[in-house]
Design a binder for this molecule. Structure first.
Ligand code: AN0
Ligand code: CP
Length: 317
């Protein structure tokens, strides 16, 4: 595997699940693989889980790790070609990328959608430039349209907790005060569509996602109806995708908050969220603290998905 930005890169889903299980059994079984190899993690945006779990995963594989927060201490980067650089940006991404590539063997990039220009976001301009110009295998630590390490961890978590071969998984939109990217829901949908689970998406009208990601999912606008009989409830906020509202918050209606009354409609479902989560906007305290909430094991599986991905990239060097 030379890059990891989407579900297609990981190949057969059963193999991805088996790889993760193998790592989980003994995460230190491959410490020689990464010896004298360096991972560079580049963050254009904040992170808690991705930063720590990916670094830990690389250390489990015996790698050295460097982390750069581009917006803290590095030169401000210009990303457009043809710009007369007489403003506050001191360096161009087109030099910065190959320079960063020269110091490492593998690169992880976090670069969220700007939510201003849909075409630019959905072209994945930043991570695609890293793939093109770094000369190194590149993996996404959440790019503009997908968060595949999260979705892979979500898949591992569902596999661990499911009690029937074909669980009903419901992804529900929930309110949030700020505009968030569609990367997490796009990616979750893409990975769920690679399984044979019964997959349902529910959201208010106007929050339709790109059909390229939602694929075979059933779209149900009535949240209560969608939740009936669910085995897993996956809550997430996202901003509008469809024109002319791209990147906008259309609603903060707390009638969509996941609470105990909604969870009672499910088949004693597990509650999932990628975190960070805003309590009593997305989910109530009692639901996230309940014994059906699996947000902590879900986050812990980020170490496993990252390790499975970095292992495959190391094997390709
Ligand atoms: C980000 C998002 O929704 O994409 C990261 C989630 C992993 N969330 C926030 O910015 C709160
Ligand atoms: N879930 C997730 O990616 O969390 P961070 O933004 O904290 O990395």
């Amino acid at each position: 595997m030379k890059k990891f930005t989407c579900v297609a890169d990981i190949g057969p889903i059963d193999k991805a699940i088996a790889d993760a299980a193998l790592i989980k059994k003994d995460r230190f079984a491959f410490t020689e693989l990464g010896r004298n190899k360096t991972l560079l993690m580049i963050f254009f945006n904040s992170s808690l889980r991705t930063r720590l779990s990916t670094q830990k995963a690389a250390m489990n594989l015996g790698m050295n790790v460097m982390v750069l927060d581009v917006n803290q201490g590095a030169w401000k980067l210009e990303t457009e070609r043809g710009v007369v650089m007489d403003g506050d940006k001191a360096e161009h991404l087109l030099e910065a990328i190959p320079v960063m590539g020269s110091y490492c063997d593998i690169i992880g990039v976090r670069s969220f959608a700007g939510l201003k220009d849909k075409v630019e976001d959905y072209e994945e301009k930043v991570i695609e430039q890293f793939i093109k110009y770094s000369g190194r295998p590149v993996f996404s630590m959440e790019a503009a349209t997908r968060h595949p390490l999260q979705s892979y961890a979500d898949l591992i978590t569902i596999e661990e907790f499911k009690t029937k071969p074909r669980p009903k998984v419901v992804m529900t939109w929930a309110p949030h005060p700020r505009a968030l990217p569609q990367a997490v829901p796009n990616s979750f949908a893409e990975w769920m569509n690679a399984t044979d689970y019964d997959f349902v998406i529910t959201h208010p009208r106007g929050y339709e996602l790109d059909p390229k990601f939602t694929g075979r999912a059933k779209i149900e606008y009535d949240q209560r109806k969608a939740l009936e009989g669910a085995d897993f409830v996956y809550a997430k906020n996202w901003s509008a995708y469809t024109d002319p509202n791209y990147g906008k918050v259309l609603s903060t209606d707390r009638a969509w908050t996941v609470d105990a009354e909604k969870m009672a409609l499910t088949d004693n479902a597990f509650f999932m969220h990628c975190l960070p989560v805003r309590r009593n906007m997305i989910v109530t305290d009692d639901v996230i603290e309940s014994d059906r909430s699996i947000v902590i094991p879900e986050a812990a599986n980020r170490e496993i998905s990252a390790q499975a991905v970095i292992k495959r990239l190391l094997e390709s060097l």
